[in-house]
Ligand binder design. Structure first.
Ligand SMILES: CC[C@H](C(=O)O)C(=O)SCCNC(=O)CCNC(=O)[C@H](O)C(C)(C)COP(=O)(O)OP(=O)(O)OC[C@H]1O[C@@H](n2cnc3c(N)ncnc32)[C@H](O)[C@@H]1OP(=O)(O)O
Length: 255
């Protein structure tokens, strides 16, 4: 299976399980996200959703280029981008706290997934960045919009997007993208992080999330995300993007 869903106590753990592709997102993983989000929204006994990746090397390497490179037109790109964009909006607007347990590299759409979560616990070897720019596109699942909502300094947020490169954990901590940097076992780091949170009645957590969701509704977050996705779809059609993806795919074969 390209994903795993585990429900222990009040925690639902969603693991992207494609280590051989550095946990790249394909349609099966998107289906898994839809499944876990539906599961959580139908229950009252889930206190946290945690997203992580299989293995130690990567949290998620974004869209699966070997699959999505076949999307050539703006419309084809928009269909895929908006599908994952809706999934991340559903994730970001869950009424419970969401945690990205960043066990390794989070790049491209992988960095968008982590940014769509409320908290980011980052392994000290993990490099994270919005590398979409190296493929002549922008973030396309809402990640740029979520980043600008996270309260980082405006110039740090914009530079992280425009740099289009993976940042070290020192930099991720310095700009405030990383909630916490950890060494060693990720599940131990998770337990430490939620120890205090889980001692507080869940109704308090959902009440605080309601404040965030109210603000996003008043500030038309959904509409702004859809505009981001439309822009990415438009850029997707460019020759520069298709050449950059081809270069990645052939470089890998040639190595
Ligand atoms: C809006 C989101 C947007 C989208 O596509 O929808 C994006 O996410 S754009 C960004 C797409 N992602 C990338 O460009 C990242 C590409 N991958 C890498 O930069 C590296 O693989 C990295 C840093 C994640 C890990 O590097 P490492 O040296 O540890 O591993 P390898 O590069 O040797 O990769 C191992 C293996 O995995 C395959 N792989 C990795 N990432 C992807 C991917 N995103 N799509 C498809 N396949 C991927 C890579 O080709 C290797 O496969 P192999 O068959 O062993 O050659």
């Amino acid at each position: 299976m390209a994903y795993m869903i585990e429900h222990n106590g009040g925690i639902v753990l969603f693991t992207i399980n494609r280590e051989e592709k550095r946990n790249a997102i394909n349609d099966e993983v998107m289906h898994g996200f839809q499944e876990v989000l539906t599961y959580i929204r139908q229950r009252q006994d889930v206190q946290f959703l945690v997203i992580t990746g299989a293995g130690q090397q990567s949290f998620c390497s974004g869209g699966d280029l070997s699959v999505f490179h076949a999307l050539t037109t703006e419309d084809e790109a928009f269909h895929m981008l908006s599908k994952m964009g809706h999934i991340l909006y559903d994730l970001a607007t869950l009424p419970i706290p969401t945690i990205a347990l960043v066990n390794g590299a989070a790049v491209g759409g992988g960095c968008e997934i982590a940014t769509a979560c409320d908290f980011r616990l980052v392994a000290n070897h993990a490099k994270c960045g919005f590398i979409q720019g190296t493929l002549a596109i922008t973030s396309g699942w809402g990640g740029g919009t979520y980043l600008l909502e996270r309260g980082l300094r405006y110039d740090d947020s914009l530079k992280m997007l425009m740099d289009a490169k993976p940042y070290s954990t020192e930099k991720l901590r310095e700009i405030g993208w990383a909630t916490h940097i950890f060494e060693g076992e990720s599940m131990a780091a998770l337990e430490m992080f939620i120890q205090q949170l889980s001692s507080i009645h869940p109704s308090v957590q959902t009440a605080y999330k309601e404040i965030v969701l109210r603000k996003w509704k008043e500030h038309h977050l959904y509409e702004r995300i859809m505009e981001e996705i439309k822009t990415c779809a438009r850029l997707w059609e460019s020759e520069a993007h298709h050449e950059a993806v081809q270069q990645f795919l052939t470089k890998k074969k040639g190595e």
